[in-house]
Design a binder for this molecule. Structure first.
Ligand code: SF4
Ligand code: SF4
Length: 97
């Protein structure tokens, strides 16, 4: 059985598997777009958390989702499923400027 390389963050509520490096390393290194949550628009429905295929979304102390950018691959499924349109995207190049 594969050993977990990372301990789950204390605030994680539940998931089936924890993100860990794959064949291409940490997915965050090759992400083109990063999801950004608008805290004002978020209604805390947790749908993004439920749909994230990589289980990299946790909830902060206020119940707002936050993405683990080390492993978020930027697929933007979270952006697509958010009913409140609270998730938008920015280019990684812009985020690093
Ligand atoms: S972009 Fe994809 S991997 Fe990243 S948090 Fe959203 S659904 Fe998860
Ligand atoms: S799906 Fe949208 S509204 Fe629901 S918790 Fe995620 S960011 Fe907030």
């Amino acid at each position: 059985m594969a050993k977990l390389k990372r301990k789950p963050p204390g605030e994680r509520i539940t998931c089936i598997t924890y993100p860990e490096p794959g064949a291409m390393g940490e997915t965050g290194k090759w992400r083109i777009f990063r999801p950004v949550v608008d805290r004002e628009k978020c209604n805390k429905c947790q749908i993004c958390w439920m749909y994230c295929p990589d289980a990299v979304i946790t909830l902060d102390e206020e119940g707002i989702p936050k993405m683990d950018l080390v492993y978020c691959k930027g697929c933007l499924i979270c952006e697509q499923v958010c009913p409140a349109k609270a998730i938008t995207r920015i280019r990684e190049t812009e985020a690093k400027e």
